[in-house]
Design a protein around this ligand. Structure first.
Ligand code: FE
Length: 337
């Protein structure tokens, strides 16, 4: 990884004086997002700007790594699969604010930090899915319905402390207050068919295999399962429900990015973030990973279009994030896991 700007020397032939030319530095990215998705975006960025991108991918521990490296970290950007690690990094003082007209124009206000420390780059709906064979999908309209007695022993989810579940619980707290949200989560827990386990796709597999009937998952996993020979039958066993259409709208989450506090290549890193919010990069998010572009005028993939348009919860993620620590405590209080 390059931490210093490399310099080239060229010779002015006419005047025969050595003229220093500063080349663009590389941008170094710590990424929780997988290579298959971000490499095409980085390649397009390098083609357009000549700036190289070096990335380190890991499923866990990148925020801790940034913290341990401190000001010596070569990382310019932290790229995440969810808003949780962004808040963690901001809370630890590992990020810095950016003010960019391009980012303000391309990314809706609810999907970025008001103080400029993080930016959403793609969004996804937290869907309810229900067995086509065993559940009348019209009986489930809202996340709140999952706590109703009629769905006893039918629901399965991943851990209540996973960042996707924490974000949803935090949004319920933001809308209903802690007391009602705790009663809701307790109701969902009482309806669980099994101990929370596995990832989002594992919940759909469990429905297909008859272990449970109703689950909560991120929207892009439907697309990923439909594109997988083994998993297609899982996806085809469920109906998709966009929750809360007659009230506040479906809970959305983001993948996103922060500029590190000590970014050695700040200007180039900001260029990369701006590029990731551009039409070109937003289309890659839409087509490669079945996500919703955050930039309003970028088309959804044909598959995602086929699920239809829907109302989204417009409460800013920064407001929802204020309730994250209560959401984690709430999972403990109700003994969710
Ligand atoms: Fe995911």
């Amino acid at each position: 990884m390059t931490t210093l700007k490399s310099r080239l020397l060229s010779v002015c032939a006419a005047c025969a004086v050595a003229v220093p030319i500063t080349s663009f530095a590389d941008v170094n990215v710590y990424s929780y997002r997988q290579s298959f998705l971000i490499e095409p975006i980085f390649t397009a960025f390098t083609e357009e700007t000549g700036i190289k991108v070096n990335s380190v991918f890991a499923k866990n521990g990148l925020v801790e790594r940034l913290q341990n490296e401190g000001r010596n970290s070569p990382a310019d950007l932290l790229l995440t699969t969810d808003s949780g690690p962004l808040y963690q990094a901001v809370d630890l003082g590992l990020t810095q604010a950016i003010s960019s007209d391009t980012l303000s124009q391309n990314i809706p206000a609810e999907f970025r930090d008001p103080s400029g420390h993080w930016f959403g780059l793609s969004s996804r709906a937290r869907l309810i899915v229900a067995s086509k064979d065993r559940v009348d999908a019209s009986t489930i309209k809202d996340y709140e319905d999952l706590a109703k007695d009629e769905f006893k022993s039918q629901v399965c989810t991943r851990s209540g402390k996973h960042t996707y579940m924490v974000a949803l619980s935090a949004s319920i707290i933001a809308h209903h207050g802690l007391e009602r949200a705790t009663a809701w989560l307790s109701g969902v827990k009482n309806n669980l068919a099994r101990k929370p386990q596995g990832n989002d796709r594992a919940q759909v597999k469990a429905i297909q295999q008859g272990e449970c009937d109703i689950a909560i998952i991120n929207s892009y996993y439907i697309g990923k399962m439909l594109a997988d020979e083994e998993q297609i039958k899982w996806a085809e066993s469920v109906n998709i429900i966009f929750p809360n259409q007659s009230n506040r709208g479906t809970h959305m989450n983001i993948s996103g990015v922060s500029l590190t506090a000590g970014s050695p290549n700040r200007d180039e890193a900001i260029k990369l973030i701006e590029f990731m919010s551009s039409d070109k990069a937003q289309s890659i998010y839409a087509e490669t990973n079945y996500e919703y572009p955050v930039k309003a005028d970028v088309s959804w993939s044909d598959l995602v279009k086929s699920w239809g348009t829907f109302k989204t919860d417009s409460l800013p993620l920064a407001e929802i994030a204020k309730h994250r620590s209560d959401a984690v405590k709430m999972a403990d209080i109700v003994g969710y896991d």
